[in-house]
Design a protein around this ligand. Structure first.
Ligand code: EPU
Length: 415
């Protein structure tokens, strides 16, 4: 299995291109299930999760061609089942449920089960589909959903759920009548998907607010659309600059959708400004400790919590990081401790006392964002850090070793 080896202490400088957002690309690619004919999507990141979605779509009879510009044709859907093998490697596979029921009247999707960051049930997706008139059965670890034609309904999500909102939006666009989603997720990735669906002929209003209204239409047409930049990848590179006293320009992204992390990072002493086509960030010698609470958008994203914790391990002072979105997203803590960090966990809070220096160590990635936090820690640490199980990072960071190495990091991948 591959490892990433980092010799820390190098100052990062230069320009790096931010890729398309994983969590926008996945639903956008899946939305092509609602159309017949070729869709064209630009700015698709080259990631393991994107390859998994292509495999999943191929198993349904969908044709995909290309990489950064991806053409997808769901003219003939020959199978309506997402297998356990695919869903267990990528939970976002459950996003085929809504569009398959809407277009084909049926879908069978493996239940995802728990994962490294929490239980992550899909009960809210299922309850909402039932409200739209789908019959739902759970059999042998699979959800089977059926409906002649879904009917619009008012849905209230107890918890703001990103993929739940996306799944139901994709189901409701072809439903008869009006669907109103209350307490909808407001994430920019939800807005990206709504824009793509509208460009296919859907009638969705209010995406980006917590009430989304969808007037069902009879059919959708293929479209051409672009995926938004990855705000989590961008945030990770901002922190890489912070941890190495670096000076980076992140191209292809802007501060839109990043107000919470940018504000927090400025509070740590980082200088962040807009430049043409991107963001410029300059680190400082002394990193101030700040407190962070993760929240649904527009709050501080849980997907940057682990990376922020890595930064706080070398902050001046004490930081409290409270994780409120997932119940078990502290798997990186034990690994950071191995590198000399001082962190205590109390319930859903981590209390981090900044140390002078981290020290390189062999560590293990446990999930996607945890692995990014270990890379950041490795960039700042004295000596050698060896990160195993790097397949986690391949799921969501495009060419991270090449990108960091082009900025001056001493980082390589070994097999
Ligand atoms: N929840 C339920 N029942 C449901 C759905 C969600 O209880 O039916 C709970 C979850 O267990 C969690 C909370 O609601 O405690 C919010 O979860 P949400 O449904 O919003 O998460 P998700 O849609 O499964 C997406 C991203 C995650 C990101 C979260 C939160 C995609 C493909 N995934 O997951 O991304 O952390 O929203 O922002 O969009 C990542 O990229 O590393 C990642 C995990």
């Amino acid at each position: 299995m591959d490892k990433i080896v980092i010799h820390g202490g190098k100052r990062l400088a230069g320009e790096v291109r931010i890729s398309g957002a994983k969590n926008a690309a996945l639903p956008v690619i899946i939305s092509s299930l609602l159309t017949e004919g070729w869709n064209t999507f630009h700015n698709i990141p080259d990631l393991m999760d994107v390859r998994t979605i292509k495999r999943l779509l191929a198993s349904l009879g969908v044709k995909c061609e290309g990489k950064e510009t991806l053409r997808v044709n769901a003219g003939e859907i020959t199978n309506c089942e997402a297998s356990y093998d695919l869903v267990k490697t990528m939970r976002a596979s459950v996003l085929v449920l809504g569009p398959l029921v809407a277009r084909m009247g049926r879908a069978k999707v493996s239940l995802p089960g728990g994962c490294a960051i929490g239980a992550r049930p899909i009960n809210l997706h299922l309850k909402a589909l039932q409200a739209l008139g789908a019959e739902i059965d759970l059999k042998e670890g699979y959800v089977e959903a059926r409906a002649e034609r879904l009917k619009g309904a008012t849905i209230y999500f107890d918890i703001s759920t990103v993929t739940g909102t996306e799944n139901i939006m994709m189901a409701a666009v072809l439903a008869e009548g009006t669907t109103i989603i209350k307490n909808a997720a407001r994430e920019p990735e939800v807005v990206n998907l709504a824009d793509v669906l509208n460009s296919m002929g859907a009638n969705i209003r209010g995406a980006g607010t917590d009430v989304i209204t969808i007037e069902g239409v009879k059919g959708l047409q293929p479209t051409e659309a672009t995926v938004i930049p990855d705000r989590i990848e961008a945030g990770t590179y901002l922190m890489a600059a912070a941890m190495t006293e670096g000076d980076l320009t992140l191209m292809g992204c802007n501060g839109d959708y990043m107000e919470a992390p940018i504000t927090k990072l400025k509070d740590t002493g980082l200088a962040i400004s807009s430049v043409e086509g991107g963001l410029r960030v300059k680190g400082t010698r002394e990193i101030c400790s700040v407190d962070v609470k993760t929240l649904p958008y527009p709050g501080f994203p849980t997907d940057l919590q682990a990376q922020m914790m890595a930064l706080m391990t070398v902050g001046k002072g004490i930081s409290v990081i409270r994780e409120t979105v997932f119940e078990n997203r502290f798997m990186h803590v034990n690994e950071l401790l191995r590198m000399g960090a001082n962190i205590a966990i109390e319930g859903n809070s981590a209390i981090i006392k900044g140390v002078q220096n981290l020290r390189g160590a062999p560590v293990m990635a446990t999930d996607l964002r945890a692995s990014a936090s270990l890379v950041l820690a490795g960039l700042a640490a004295e000596g050698k850090t060896e990160i195993s199980r790097v397949y986690h990072i391949d799921r969501g960071y495009e060419r991270i070793v090449e990108k960091l190495s082009s900025l001056g990091a001493d980082i390589k991948r070994i097999t």
